[in-house]
Design a binder for this molecule. Sequence first.
Ligand SMILES: Nc1ncnc2c1ncn2[C@@H]1O[C@H](COP(=O)(O)OP(=O)(O)OP(=O)(O)O)[C@@H](O)[C@H]1O
Length: 391
Amino acid sequence: MAASLLLNRVSRSVSLHRVGPALVFSSLDSQIHGGRLSGTLFRERSLATLAEGGASRFDEMVSANQRKYYLLGGKGGVGKTSCAASLAVKFASHGHPTIVVSTDPAHSLSDSFSQDLSGGVLKPVQGVDSPLLALEITPERMKEEIKSQAGGDKSVKNMMDSMGLGMFAGELGDLNLEDMLNAASPGIDEIAAISKVLQFVESPEYSRFTRIVFDTAPTGHTLRLLSLPDFYDSSISKITKLKKKITAAASAFTSVFGKKKEIQEPGPSNELDQLKERMEKVRNVFRDVDTTEFVIVTIPTVMAINESSRLHASLRKENVPVQRLIVNQLLPDSQSDCKFCSVRRKEQTRVLGLIQKDTELSGLKLIQSPLLDAEIRGVPALKFMGDLIWK
Ligand SMILES: Nc1ncnc2c1ncn2[C@@H]1O[C@H](COP(=O)(O)OP(=O)(O)OP(=O)(O)O)[C@@H](O)[C@H]1O
């Protein structure tokens, strides 16, 4: 695409020119320069330097025809949505029918694509060649719907039914809905996300989608989401044990008081078995190195790197495959460096050094993503960012 055309499509405030041999990405209004705003020079040479840390090996990510899941996660505000959306656009541009799903209760997919993707249903993203569907899971709306459906009895059943987990409901029927909805772990956000994953895995309707990209919530939520299938698994075992105890107690009661009531023998429960199987499917999706990858997104600050290191340790413990680390918002080289920029650049060089020394992070493929001088909004801007990151 001609540079000037791209320029117009990326943003009204951004322009691309050729200055000598260098490609310049310039904006009139976004570079902080000595505390004031001034023009930016964003040079090809700078990008080449940034890319020295290693490319993403996008060829490996795009080549297989079989379904692949990519989960992008990290600390709040580091650029998870921009990276996830740009990856989804890139997959779609390479002919993969793709779904991008936000599991973050504070969604920003609509903002990122600059299109209305809200409402909790899959919506087609406009302006992309292959089919690209987007979904913002809306637990808040779901909570309200469930509460109103459940009415006065506060049963969990309606909630579980509405999420395709109805067979679990019989076992949990007496739990208080309010407690369940407000529970810290697992939360409804994670349950809603799991139920969507199940739909993608099981429903023939979605089988043609060969890439599923998750824009996940900040770290804590995401770790709960990944450990949820195990949580269910252990809960199912506890429920089965509890069922056996209750049946045994009821049986003792009848033998003492001679009450004639048919006691059900504690046999294997079909419904629970089915649920266990479905949870296992989700767990396998999250753990399968051939189909799934969690990409950690971070920024070049000590705090973000420390959190990324802890995140990788937790993912390793959960056996979730991780290969790539995106360091986003790196200040590119500039010929006319202001004091502020040179201090920041020194600091980010030091932080990149910390990554190399960090035992959790040093083994990952490092993808360096530059700080762009315009907000990344809309498909053209996401394509532009995607071409810088995913190569
Ligand atoms: N490399 C970049 N250059 C310039 N702006 C960026 C870059 N990456 C992200 N941004 C901007 O930073 C803001 C936050 O990005 P984004 O929404 O992708 O982060 P996030 O990690 O998903 O945030 P949250 O945790 O709040 O969901 C957005 O305005 C986005 O356009």
